[in-house]
Ligand binder design. Structure first.
Ligand code: ADP
Ligand code: ZN
Length: 616
């Protein structure tokens, strides 16, 4: 055996196939190895699991992991077993017989890692086991669930300190989360009873994510176009309402996209079946409400498309962050319309979750919700760098421009359209705010029809004041006025336009209205190079697709999700390196001894076959 540092690195390679730690990981690993508590705040995809899994391998005894989600436990345990690490979970999905057997094995010390639901901790049978076992560490995953200020408060997390107190020997405790706000962090430290923890807080930037917002325009065609441009890829489409989930999912299926759906209105059986279809890539596109998510451990999600704006940036970053957990390039697109803001305001008004709060606190909570909503809306409307906006929100001081988001890469010009805007708004006002866009367009351009004659609109002073404008350009201006809330549209089949909240400022106080005429950003992210992993060369793409197909076959044979065999990032690395020997295969990121043994030959053969074909 080498020094502790060597041992760490050897185990990192042998079991997980990685050559180096990611930022923040090593500090937590070291803390646990030396018996200290740790608090890790790292964004989704940063690699929190490894922080406790590696010490669990190196320390004697069994590690306990408290985790809030059944689906997460199963996937993690499957992945660990594939990597040659004996692990199990104890939760309500097990039958009495299975539970009994798992507990017996656990008592014999057969597992290195046991995942357990927080509700189990204080049950007599589990306590019996835990008090007799030799526990190497206790990891609390999604630790923000202990805080009422977080979004996912789980009362049984409050039992954790009581559980620890009843152990004959207190193991080091690690709390891990992706939620950063200071209030939640303080709660975690206090309510979980951490003792002088080593804190590891990493930056929130996810360089492999490409952020983009689209304002205005029809959403369904935009979503379809985006998804159909990525036919073989896995993605999540988040919608604000169940009804929208149904509509979007049906439209995608009608267009031949292998989509499935998830929301709280479906039966538990259907939810589970659909989630599995998604996890196993039988239906790689998931259309869902925010009920779908926490605990989705699928690392090869290549895009997260928000069909509606979420209620705050915490939710957005968490949901969007489910893309690209494997570190390979991924897209986060948000389709924004002003209606999203109105829906979100309505939901805050209607929120009954905090009903038992006293009126004063309730008022404070509402105010906080409105403020968060405003900041979310700011993200949708900003012309500046999207990444910078997000990171500043989370308390960092990022460079002003990242050079690799939708706004930074957008080429276009910002036109001052204040004068046209004033003409359009006066036309809307003088015609009585009771006509729709097409009639108003005709009036502005000085064209008549029956309706215009009937209502004498051709005698209005604004008749024909924009007669030189092309129809398409005028439409674009209407769109900008709607987006910037100078105009609002009535609901219904024949929507009419009226002045919006910002109209007075533009008409009477000289407030500016601008219009971006965009050339859309390149749809292929360029940030891969920036992230340090070289962008895939054209020639590797074909091989990558072959390796992916092989992965699907191997995963199906074993009944495990594809990413449990290898992540997309591993396959990309494999396609770029093209290993020929077992030694070379071991160099591939994500390949450890167990993976080499199980899958090495199959992939080596596939690569060799590919190279032969290329030579011909
Ligand atoms: P989190 O729980 O923080 O969201 P995970 O623990 O699921 O993230 O890890 C995300 C991905 O990163 C996984 O595919 C994991 O295998 C990979 N990963 C973790 N640590 C490393 C590392 N040191 N080097 C490369 N990849 C890693
Ligand atoms: Zn940017």
């Amino acid at each position: 055996m080498g020094s502790p540092v060597e041992e760490k690195l050897t185990a990192l390679k042998r079991y997980f196939g990685y050559d180096a730690f990611r930022p923040g990981q090593e500090a937590v690993v070291d803390a646990l190895l030396s018996g200290r508590d740790a608090l890790a705040v790292m964004p989704t995809g940063a690699g929190k699991s490894l922080c406790y899994q590696l010490p669990a391998l190196l320390l004697p005894g069994t590690a306990l992991v408290v985790s809030p989600l059944v689906s997460l436990m199963r996937d993690q345990v499957t992945a660990l077993c594939q990597a040659g690490i004996p692990a199990a979970y104890l939760n309500s999905t097990l039958t009495e017989g299975q539970f009994h057997r798992a507990l017996e094995n656990a008592k014999r010390g057969q597992y290195r890692i046991i995942y357990v639901a927080p509700e189990r901790l204080l049950t007599p049978r589990f306590l019996d086991f835990a008090q007799a076992a030799s526990l190497s560490l206790l990891a609390v995953d999604e630790a923000h669930c202990v805080s009422q200020w977080g979004q996912d408060f789980r009362p049984s997390y409050l039992d954790i300190p009581a559980f620890v107190d009843r152990l004959p020997r207190r193991p080091p405790v690690a709390a891990l989360t992706a939620t950063a706000t200071p209030a939640v962090r303080a709660d975690m430290e206090a309510l979980l009873g951490l003792r002088d923890p080593v804190e590891s807080v990493t930056g929130f930037d996810r360089p492999n994510l490409f952020f983009q917002v689209r304002r205005g325009g029809q959403k369904l065609p935009a979503a379809l176009e985006f998804i159909q441009a990525r036919p073989a890829e896995s993605g999540i489409v988040y919608c604000a309402a169940r009804r929208t989930v149904e509509e979007v999912c049906a439209a995608l299926q009608a267009a031949g996209v292998p989509a499935t759906r998830y929301h709280a209105g479906l039966s538990p059986q259907e939810r589970q079946a659909n989630q599995e279809d998604f996890t196993f890539d039988r239906r790689p596109v998931m259309v869902a409400t925010n009920a779908f998510g926490m605990g989705i451990d699928k690392s090869n999600v290549r895009y997260v498309l928000h069909y509606n704006m979420p209620k705050d940036l915490e939710s957005y970053y968490q949901e969007a962050g489910r893309a690209g957990r494997d570190g390979a390039p991924a897209q986060c697109l948000l389709l924004y319309s002003p209606q999203d803001t109105r829906t979100a305001r309505f939901l805050i008004e209607q929120d009954r979750e905090n009903e038992d709060l006293d009126p004063e606190t309730l008022e404070r909570v509402r105010e906080r919700d409105y403020l968060r909503l405003q900041q979310m809306e700011g993200y949708c409307r900003t012309q500046g760098c999207l990444r910078a906006y997000l990171l500043s929100y989370f308390g960092e001081t990022p460079p002003e421009r990242c050079g690799s988001c939708g706004n930074c890469l957008r080429s276009g010009v910002e036109l001052d359209i204040t004068e046209d805007a004033q003409k359009i708004l006066s036309c809307v006002k003088r015609t009585g705010e009771r006509f729709g866009e097409s009639t108003l367009l005709r009036v502005l351009r000085g064209k008549t029809n029956d309706m215009i004659e009937k209502w004498h609109l051709d005698r209005q002073s604004t008749f024909g004041i924009l007669r030189d404008q092309k129809e398409a350009d005028l439409k674009e201006r209407f769109r900008a006025l709607l987006d910037q809330e100078c105009l609002v549209q009535s609901p219904g089949k024949f929507p009419t336009l009226a002045l919006g909240p910002r109209a007075a400022g533009v008409l009477f106080h000289g407030e500016k209205v601008t219009l971006w005429t965009e050339v859309p950003a390149a749809s292929h992210p360029r940030q891969a190079a920036k992230a340090g992993s070289e962008a895939p060369a054209e020639a590797d793409e074909g091989l990558f697709q072959r390796l992916r197909a092989l992965r699907t076959v191997l995963a199906r044979e074993r009944g495990v999700p594809a990413y449990v065999v290898f992540s997309d990032a591993s396959l990309r690395d494999m396609a770029a390196r093209r290993p020929r020997t077992r030694e070379e295969f071991l160099e591939v990121s994500g390949v450890g001894e167990k993976k080499l043994e199980q899958f090495g030959q199959a992939f080596l053969d596939e690569i060799a076959a590919w190279e032969q074909r290329e030579e011909r």
